[in-house]
Design a protein around this ligand. Structure first.
Ligand SMILES: Cc1ncc(COP(=O)(O)O)c(C=O)c1O
Length: 385
């Protein structure tokens, strides 16, 4: 039986998978089981921001794995403390909680907001948002298609159109404790809000004593050309959630909070056995040393502009491309045709890209990508259309 047949037999059917099996990665490239090479602009969906198997991370993992792999949070964990310090020093928050994924980071944020709210429990989120698959984060997700078969869902979530301040204002009640938003919506189609909107949300939160939670699971750790996506908009959120790129490819999630919010949690309120374990946090400390470096972030901005310009040139020749959007190296391309065959054509030509919502091509390449690699992808894309 070949690998894909075995997979279909034994692995649960929760993904629509393309028929490739990748066995090796280096930098911007992946190799399949037959030895074919692919240029990867999916990056494990914004996880492999330093490319595949970056030496800075593999070295840290190898060193840590010989020292200590797991240790309970009943004790202090050195690389966890180091990582917390790095994240705090690079953000507007003061304390970190660690877990293992994006959905878990959002669950932690939901619980912290409710505890802080002292009886107020309602959280306002946006239509087209994506916050994860566990019941709390799933309910926070403003897309009916993900929620519809899983009732009864927890109470206390409200959805409003993204980038519509008036709608948000009108949905606040005496039960509201927080607003949860992605600084740029990823899964919902790479939607960039206006700076006025996010600033307005912050003002509304301050006026109504609500927490402003930003889900930076996809936008965080340099993806948008800033350490965190919110930093593009001159706002100062109360809670930040992270995962994806944080561990340089290793699973890890985090929730950061300002001191006065974080202090609502006391021992016993929240926990995760593997959260902040030595192996994952050592990898994340190493990844952060590059991802949060200002020169590196500047290069992300520069390459993002280069990529968008190239796509704009393409748009001039192709009426199928209707809009180019995004920030840094989180780029979306609206198309007026079915995106799936374009993704499949690119795959056959050795280029991995991804589509969201059927009509948006999403590009989240490694942040270490070169301009030549960007050129290559644009060339294949032109042929695909
Ligand atoms: C903005 C955002 N939040 C949360 C999640 C969920 O993260 P995870 O799959 O690690 O649970 C995702 C995943 O795509 C995401 O894009």
């Amino acid at each position: 039986m070949d690998i894909i047949e075995l997979g279909s037999k034994y692995v649960m059917n929760t993904y629509k998978r393309l028929p490739k099996v990748f066995v090796k990665g280096e930098g911007s490239y992946l190799w399949d089981v037959e030895g074919n090479k692919y240029l990867d602009f999916v990056s494990g969906i914004a996880v492999n921001s330093l490319g595949h198997c970056p030496q800075v991370v593999t070295k840290a993992i190898k060193e840590q794995v010989d020292k200590l792999i797991h240790c309970s949070n009943l004790y202090w964990i050195e690389p966890q403390i180091k990582l917390a310090q790095i994240l705090v020093e690079n953000s507007c928050c003061h304390k970190a909680f660690f877990c293992n994924s994006g959905t878990e980071a959002n669950e932690a944020a939901i619980k912290l907001a409710r505890k802080w709210g002292k009886g107020r429990y309602e959280i306002i989120t946006a239509e087209q948002s994506f916050h994860g698959r566990t019941l709390g984060s799933l309910t926070a997700t403003g897309q009916e298609k993900y929620r519809k078969d899983f009732a009864p869902l927890p109470d206390g979530f409200k959805y409003v159109p993204y980038n519509d301040l008036e709608a948000l204002k009108n949905s606040i009640t005496e039960k509201t404790c927080a607003v949860l938003l992605e600084p740029i919506q990823g899964e919902g189609g790479v939607n960039v809000p206006t700076a006025e909107y996010l600033k307005g949300v912050e003002e509304l939160c301050r006026k109504n004593n609500l927490l402003f939670i930003v889900d930076e699971v996809q936008t965080g750790m340099g993806r948008t050309g800033k350490a965190f996506g919110y930093q593009n908009f001159e706002i100062s959120p109360d809670i930040i959630t992270l995962a994806k790129a944080l561990g340089g490819g290793v699973p890890i999630g985090a929730m950061l909070a300002k001191e006065e919010v974080a202090s609502a949690f006391t021992p016993g309120d929240h926990a995760a056995t593997f959260g902040g374990n030595p192996l994952a946090t050592a990898a994340a400390v190493a990844a952060s040393s590059v991802l949060l470096d200002q020169h590196f972030l500047n290069s992300v901005v520069e390459k993002g502009i280069y990529f968008k310009n190239k796509l704009s040139d393409l748009q001039k020749q192709l009426p199928q491309i209707t809009k180019i959007k995004g920030l840094g190296l989180m780029i979306g391309c609206d198309v007026n045709v079915d995106a799936a065959p374009i993704v499949e054509f690119c795959l056959e030509k050795g280029v991995l890209i991804n589509a969201v919502g059927g009509k948006v091509l999403r590009f989240v390449p490694p942040l270490t990508v070169t301009k030549e690699e960007i050129d290559q992808v644009v060339e294949v894309l032109a042929k695909a259309f």
